[in-house]
Design a binder for this molecule. Structure first.
Ligand SMILES: [Cu+2]
Length: 454
């Protein structure tokens, strides 16, 4: 790492894993803290090095943001799912840290003041990965201390997990995936109206975020049409920036593909736009923004778009299991997963315990379709029951197969059939454990199938 010619940098020393900077500038912001008893002040033990922990995630910088003066080893842990770093504004910081990894940033001779830090991965600062470290005489480091590590409060951790699970299912405002009813025009065209707008969305109980939505819900309203239908979608853009709508996995003329400025002009803020095409091929598709998708989609602008019926393998015997020719689907579950932006780890726009439980009777058949609108792969695991994968991205499989964990990558859709043969509450979740649990308890990509004994 090259050291920039910064007049504020008065001392620079290279250490094993990081470059240490001391900005004399900080002294200007000296915090008066003379009353402090200084129980864990770095200065107390001559040559003592305090330790602290800062956690990076999508999209936050959290942890010990108040540090004592003197020498501090900050363990920077990436508890998120994608690469992050911790960079000191105008200076430097850690290397790019992979998910689950950490790096020690050795800060030496800290003086009272403030240090602005952020993640330098493009888009991450804007999404919330920015913060201020306050350096104060005698500051007590919560997660670090002075080398001597306190045992975690195991009992409190036990209780946090129990409480978080017992909170399921929790009521929250707002429900995504609501079926959008068309207006039928004189020539039979099904006309739908979408308004792209930012609304307050309750992702988990009490946690409201500024979601980017279609018609004020996450996921946006579900659009389902029949094979051969003429489809017209009017889009009103009430976002502060331009947008477009891509019909993912749906056969359209090129000029309806929704990729501004390649196939259409950008729908600028305040403008309307009309998409028209014939639903001439079956689809288990999605619609979402393509323009600045890394921001608009992750923040909520995604939804399902289905043409025709699910291609269930009626009457076939697969892996020794006969799929009834007269099978009736008791419940059709769209499971749209996301993991980024303001929505974060979620199923259908909600984080556990706000996710929806699915209640069926013993012996019922369930169809579920996973749609991954996030940035990461999610191995979706259902306890107890096999999942018969019968379509991939809407394409019926000639050889459907059974699995109990299905890796769903960004952009993919898997359609599965489930026979709920055993009564009980069966957990259904992503099997990347940090997508479903944190120290505060269970969260994120978890729900359950409740099979009632009849
Ligand atoms: Cu996951």
């Amino acid at each position: 790492m090259a050291v920039k010619d910064d007049p504020f940098i008065s001392v620079i020393r290279l250490s094993i894993v990081a470059v240490i900077v001391v900005l004399s500038f900080w002294a200007l912001f000296a915090i008066v803290n003379n009353e402090s008893g200084g129980s864990v002040a770095a200065g107390e033990a001559a040559g003592g090095i305090s330790t602290a922990t800062i956690e990076l995630s999508e999209f936050a910088i959290e942890g010990d943001l108040t540090l004592p003066t003197g020498d501090v080893d900050v363990t920077v842990v990436n508890v998120g799912g994608v690469d992050h770093d911790l960079t000191i504004r105008g200076s430097f910081g850690t290397q790019l840290i992979s998910a689950g990894q950490s790096e020690v940033l050795e800060l030496r001779d800290l003086q009272p003041g403030t240090i602005e830090v952020y993640c330098s991965v493009p888009g991450h600062e804007g999404a919330g990965m920015v913060g201020t470290i306050t350096v104060a005489e005698g500051a007590v480091v919560a997660g670090g201390g002075h080398g001597e590590h306190e045992d975690p409060d195991w009992e409190a951790l036990d209780q946090a997990m129990i409480d978080s699970i017992l909170a399921f299912p929790a009521e929250t405002e707002g429900l995504g995936n609501q079926l959008l009813e068309p207006t039928i025009l004189a020539d039979g065209t099904k006309e739908f109206e979408l308004t792209a707008e930012i609304v307050e969305w309750e992702v988990e109980p009490g946690k409201f975020v500024e979601a980017w939505t279609y018609n004020g819900m996450v996921p946006g309203p579900a659009i389902k049409v029949d094979l051969g239908d003429k489809v017209k979608v009017i889009v009103h853009n009430k976002l502060p920036m331009g947008t477009d709508v891509h019909w993912h996995g749906v056969d359209t003329p090129n000029n309806m593909d929704g990729v501004a400025p390649l196939t259409q002009p950008l729908i600028r803020s305040g403008e309307d736009y009309v998409y028209e095409f014939v639903a001439d091929a079956p689809a288990i598709g999605m619609y979402h923004a393509h323009h600045h998708a890394q921001m608009q989609v992750t923040n909520g602008m995604f939804a399902i778009f289905q043409i025709g019926d699910m291609p269930i393998p009626y009457g076939q015997t697969i892996g020794g299991v006969e799929i009834p020719a007269d099978l009736e689907v008791a419940l059709d579950i769209p499971m749209v997963v996301n993991d980024a932006g303001v929505i974060g780890y979620s199923i259908n726009g909600k984080s556990f315990p706000a996710t929806q439980p699915y209640v069926v009777n013993k012996g019922d058949w369930i169809v579920a379709t996973y749609y991954n609108e996030g940035l990461q792969i999610h191995p979706m695991h259902l306890h107890q029951f096999g999942q018969l994968v019968f379509a991939k991205d809407g394409f019926p499989l000639d050889n459907p197969y059974w699995a109990d964990t299905i890796n769903v990558a960004p952009g993919e859709r898997y359609s599965v059939l489930i026979h709920a043969e055993d009564a009980g509450a069966w957990v259904w979740h992503c099997h990347i454990l940090t997508h479903v649990e944190r120290e505060e308890g269970m969260f994120g990509m978890v729900t359950a199938v409740i099979v009632q004994d009849n």
